[in-house]
Design a protein around this ligand. Structure first.
Ligand code: FPP
Length: 247
């Protein structure tokens, strides 16, 4: 039985986050340029977005470029930026056709002007769509996001002081890029690395983590469904006991 057939359609996670890792190693293994790895990675990103849509996931967040990635060689950074723009522009028609909404998280102000313009246009034109939300994490850093939220709250306090002890988790969540999104139930990382690399640090507090040795350019639809099946076999206790959650 395929992994797709094993999926319980009544227990689909609403939000899946993905660290798409291993493009460089994939290219290296085949004697290709790193950018060819990213190009094949973009093909897989499209495949996985379609797979997520097919099974009714509501949000998929793809870690496309971290704030730390700006430190990579200039040629790779430029290549990645061009690839991102090209992928978004070339797939825009399908995005609209499938009623998907595109949005980004991260510091867009650091992007080259033309790239930012292409991305903002696609986000703006798809904003009213009601299907799958595709979230691209771009120039994103988890600590940076948390620090920004702290600054937002402090500025708010300075303008109009409030009762600090009454602050709730939710007040903080609302200051993050992901303010209007559910936290991811599942985080997938490819390529055998077992770390979270500054990704959605606040939001993954209770996420199930799924690690696979498969390199991102080889991570196909069936691999994605395998991760969903694995997730569905986990018991999510949120700090409680098995008895308390009735399993
Ligand atoms: C990590 O592999 C991957 C990236 C830094 C870039 C991810 C970008 C894409 C998959 C392409 C565009 C995406 C979209 C959403 C259109 P790595 O370079 O760190 O690989 P390595 O660890 O093997 O060197």
């Amino acid at each position: 039985m395929s992994f797709l057939e094993q999926i319980d359609r009544d227990r689909i996670p609403s939000h899946v986050a993905v660290i798409m890792d291993g493009n460089g190693r994939w290219a290296n293994k085949l004697g290709k340029d790193r950018l060819e790895g990213h190009t094949q990675g973009a093909v897989r990103a499209r495949e996985i977005v379609d797979a997520a849509n097919k099974i009714g996931i509501k949000y998929i967040t793809l870690y496309a470029f971290s704030i730390e990635n700006w430190e990579r060689p200039e040629s790779e950074v430029n290549g990645l930026m061009a690839l991102l723009s090209k992928s978004i522009v070339s797939q825009f028609a399908d995005l609209i056709k499938y009623n998907m909404r595109l949005t980004t998280i991260g510091d867009n102000s650091m992007l080259p002007d033309d790239v930012r313009a292409d991305i903002e246009e696609a986000c703006h034109k798809s904003a009213a769509n009601t299907g799958l939300t595709v979230v691209i994490a771009l120039s994103y850093g988890g600590r940076y996001e948390i620090m920004n939220a702290v600054k937002t709250l402090l500025k708010r306090y300075k303008q109009s002081p409030f009762d600090i002890d009454s602050l709730k988790d939710d007040d903080f969540s609302k200051c993050l890029y992901t303010a209007d999104m559910p936290d991811p139930e599942l985080l997938i990382r490819t390529s055998g690395e077992v770390r979270v690399s500054n990704f959605l640090l606040w939001q993954i507090s209770y996420s199930e983590l799924y690690f696979t040795d498969v390199l991102w350019p080889d991570f196909d639809e069936e691999q994605f469904y395998k991760a969903i099946v694995d997730y569905q076999h986990r018991e999510r206790r949120f700090g409680k006991t098995s008895q308390q959650i009735g399993s």
